[in-house]
Design a protein around this ligand. Structure first.
Ligand code: PBG
Length: 326
């Protein structure tokens, strides 16, 4: 054979590292942490092996364990002591995320990002203020503009507690602008917003909803989260968030939406984040438990693929375990 092109020449052990296009490092990863005001003990999350809901008193220890692996950033989710119609524990000064944020930022070097949403705090489990007849009428769900004021309050309360960055995840129109205004009014002009800009109405969130106790009591989230069938709409969503001042653009979930990650990477110069969600984690764990997949290998390959598609940062439940290996 007279082959002039032989790609295999660049696959020997010596040269592979030199021609590698994508790298994964611990500093790319953000570890989700669940802080739970209803418990005094660390409670394992059944559907997400290796993860726990921790009481506020254990939040600093939990974050210290994560930092030890080399991961430097955490995303806080809260489970409040009580829920009500408007989700008022979400912006309480002594709320679970506010309290945990205060302690973690004063006692560790972690970069603390907080989830800004109402679904874990409302008794109906939706991400905002409900229309009056929403429980009876499937055409009605969340009141958009009234929800914006609450999201601004939540973000401001997180920033006041010391949050380094806020991450609105509710897919409420105008949320980035409302939060930017609330932070700026408070003098927190330097707190960045990582917007869940293209968040799909996905069945891959199942395990998270158990973990954070945030499943909607009726209906679903399709009136605010995006239709999985749509790609062009993601650009529209991102355009709006960019106009409103988003600093980091997130696509969620990650693996089934790598086309969207790539599209956003190519169309915008902002940092792009991808959320490797609970279902993506749970399915690899379940297969590995059966002995059908090598967990560490598939986890690494998954995150590498998310980076290859164009993500700069990845939120992932694999953060700790993989960082230890990297
Ligand atoms: C809350 C929120 C959800 C997730 C992150 N923030 C749940 C949802 O939208 O139903 C899901 C994360 C995961 O599945 O890992 N708005």
């Amino acid at each position: 054979m007279n082959l002039t092109q032989r790609p295999r020449r660049l696959r020997t052990d010596g040269v592979r590292p030199l021609v590698r296009e994508t790298d994964l490092s611990a500093s790319d990863l953000i570890a989700p942490v669940f802080v739970d005001a209803t418990t005094d003990e660390r409670v394992p999350i059944e559907t997400m092996p290796g993860h726990e809901r921790v009481p506020v008193d254990a939040a600093v220890d939990r974050v210290a364990e994560i930092l030890e692996t080399g991961v430097e950033a955490v995303m806080l989710f809260g489970v409040p002591e009580s829920k009500d119609e408007r989700g008022s524990r979400a912006w309480a000064e002594d709320g679970v995320v506010q309290e945990a944020t205060r302690r973690i930022t004063s006692e560790t070097d972690a970069y603390v990002i907080t989830d800004v949403c109402l679904c874990e705090y409302t008794d109906h489990g939706h991400c905002g203020v409900l229309e009056d007849a929403a429980a009876e009428d499937p055409r009605l769900t969340v009141r958009n503009d009234e929800t914006l004021d609450l999201l601004g309050e939540i973000a401001a309360s997180h920033a006041a507690a010391g949050a380094d960055m806020v991450a609105p995840s509710g897919m409420i129109d105008g949320m980035v602008g409302a939060i930017r205004e609330a932070l700026d009014d408070q003098g927190n002009t330097d707190v960045p917003i990582m917007s869940y800009a293209a968040k799909y109405e996905s069945a891959f969130y199942g395990p998270f909803r158990d973990a954070a106790d945030g499943a909607p009591a009726f209906g679903d989230r399709r009136h605010y989260q995006m239709d999985p069938a749509n790609a062009r709409e993601a650009r529209r969503e991102v355009d709006l968030d960019v106009e409103q001042g988003a600093d980091v653009l997130m696509v969620k979930p990650a693996l089934p939406y790598l086309d969207i990650v790539k599209e956003i990477r190519e169309s915008y110069d902002h940092p792009v984040a991808a959320y490797n969600v609970s279902g993506e984690y749970a399915m690899l764990h379940a297969a590995a438990e059966k002995g059908w997949l090598d967990l560490e290998a598939v986890a690494y390959e998954s995150l590498l693929s998310i980076k290859r598609a164009g993500a700069d940062l990845i939120l992932t439940y694999f953060a700790e375990d993989l960082a230890d290996e990297l």
